[in-house]
Write a protein that binds this ligand. Structure first.
Ligand code: AMP
Ligand code: ZN
Length: 492
């Protein structure tokens, strides 16, 4: 089933297929590494992960490139305030970013490209732009893109730029919607700032040029899809199109995907509002990485996601239901035979799931039939209408679900452990939820020992001690389940 996706450039839903007949080529703007990633950033990276996984699930080979902006106004400002080089300053945020995407199970793109490692490619592009009259140098040695040299400027964001002043310039990397101006391609070196000595002079790149240079380097002059958050549509992506297409005269990307911003409790997320959360903040509050993943992907990318703590709790409960059901299927023994109704149930859930994803990555509508299937299958098991030969069809649907959602297996302990280690080093232990600290203070071995002691206490009919142990473990977030095969425990 081909994937249909809204295309910002054409303003309509278009089908996705590799234009070279081989691999679907994606370029996604990556993080600017001046701080830890926040949940808004991760919403965008997760939705791009959903796209990649859906294409793979539908059998489309992909080649996905993501840049890392490791030089820009903010990095320079913060590094200088910290008395560090930009490489030192951004290095730890690059590491943190990879740790965070691993925690959220975001697949790594096939190619990661760091801006500071591609300066010569950017310089080449500025030179090519100068040759075609689309770039000019100022007296202080900076280079600007000449907007009047690209009449199609504004075609992505559908802006009417008839009123802009010819030759007016803007030199900051990010700017407001009404300030379309000749923008900086290359900024002349300033004292104390990192700079490179190049054929176009000593300086450093503007923000936009890196994505044009690196996307064309790895994916060619024209590729299949370009993605990023909605804020990047203007000016960043518009500028990328102008820079690339002025020299290639080919469409930079055939398809443009923009992920809508996330709100927190109905408001714009901001540090000053006190509603700003990094992934680490949430892990330290005791939320599991899988629940954060599910909460951030369950609202389709073109809808505004209103992030709330109730939403996170809902995602936590949904994962619990999924995992319990999966375990029930794997560990349960079912009578021989099969029930055609269950096969129909599985086939219908699978078809609805694929249809919803194919339809502009509608993750909300894709999730619903899976949970409906779980409810019906659980009832069938309870009522003895579920047989041994039914198991595989249901497991098959869960596998397709998990190929995209990836929350079925429990990989949650490692991210939480790492976040706690980080909190200790970063002096953030005060932000750790007390239940989480209590939970982490008890090792698997200690739990096993208490469970064994409880079994012995019960054997000796010392029920008071047995109850006391159950209570003690519950306070540390450990739940005991008595079964006929003995006692099983799990962390909450
Ligand atoms: P940055 O690190 O600021 O360059 O942003 C990395 C990615 O996160 C870009 O694709 C942004 O568009 C995206 N982004 C930033 N803030 C939000 C938000 N509140 N919601 C969704 N995506 C965002
Ligand atoms: Zn970019």
């Amino acid at each position: 089933m081909p994937l249909r996706l809204f295309n910002t450039l054409t303003g309509q839903i278009d089908q996705l297929a590799p234009s070279d007949g081989k691999a679907f080529r994606i370029y996604a703007c990556g993080p600017t590494v001046y701080d830890y990633g926040h949940i808004g950033n991760f919403r965008t990276f997760l939705q791009i992960d959903v796209l990649r996984r859906c294409l793979k699930l539908m059998g489309v080979p992909i080649r996905h490139v993501m840049n890392i902006t490791d030089v820009d106004d903010k990095i320079i400002r913060n590094a200088s305030a910290a008395g560090q080089s930009i490489a030192e300053y951004s290095g730890r945020f690059v590491d943190a970013f990879f740790e965070d995407i691993a925690a959220l199970r975001i697949e790594r793109p096939e190619q990661i490209a760091r801006a500071t490692e591609h300066i010569p490619k950017m310089v080449d592009l500025v030179q090519r732009l100068a040759e075609v009259g689309a770039a000019y140098k100022t007296e202080e040695g900076s280079w600007y893109f000449r907007l009047s040299a690209f009449p199609e400027y504004g075609k992505l964001s559908k802006k009417d730029l008839s009123g802009i002043e010819d030759g007016a310039r803007i030199d900051v990397d990010e700017y407001e919607k009404d300030s379309a101006r000749d923008f900086a391609l290359w900024k002349a070196a300033k004292p104390g700032e990192t700079s490179w000595d190049t054929p176009i002079g000593r300086g450093r790149p503007g923000w936009h040029i890196e994505c044009s240079a690196m996307s064309m380097e790895y994916l060619g002059d024209s590729f299949d899809l370009h993605a990023g958050g909605e804020d990047l549509m203007f000016p960043h992506h518009e500028n990328e199109i102008a820079q690339s297409e002025s020299v290639t005269h080919k469409p930079l990307a055939l398809h443009w995907m923009h992920v809508r911003f996330l709100l927190v409790e109905g408001r714009k997320m901001s540090k000053s509002e006190g509603n700003f959360y990094t992934l680490r903040d949430l892990l330290l509050r005791g939320y599991k990485a899988s629940a954060i993943r599910l909460a951030l992907i369950s609202v389709p990318y073109r809808h505004q996601l209103n992030f709330t703590f109730e939403g996170l709790t809902e995602a936590t409960n949904a994962i619990e239901r999924l995992r319990n059901f999966h375990e029930r299927l794997l560990k349960g023994t079912f009578p021989a035979g099969e029930n055609p109704e269950i096969h129909r149930l599985a086939a219908q859930a699978q078809a609805e799931y694929f249809e919803a994803l194919s339809n502009d990555l509608n993750t909300a509508e894709a999730r619903a039939p899976i949970f409906d299937m779980i409810r019906s299958a659980n009832t069938a098991i309870d009522q003895g209408r579920f047989f041994a030969a039914d198991r595989d069809s249901i497991l098959g649907v869960l596998a397709s679900f998990d190929a995209v959602f990836d929350v079925l297996q429990n990989h949650d302990d490692e991210p939480t452990r790492r976040a706690l280690e980080w909190a200790e080093k970063a002096g953030r232990l005060d932000d750790v939820a007390p239940e989480l600290l209590a939970r982490q203070c008890v090792s698997d071995e200690a739990i096993d020992a208490l469970v064994a002691e409880r079994a012995l206490a019960k054997k000796h009919r010392n029920f008071a001690r047995a109850d006391q142990i159950r209570q003690e473990l519950a306070e540390k977030g450990v739940i005991l389940e008595d079964s006929k095969d003995g006692v099983r425990w799990k962390r909450k």
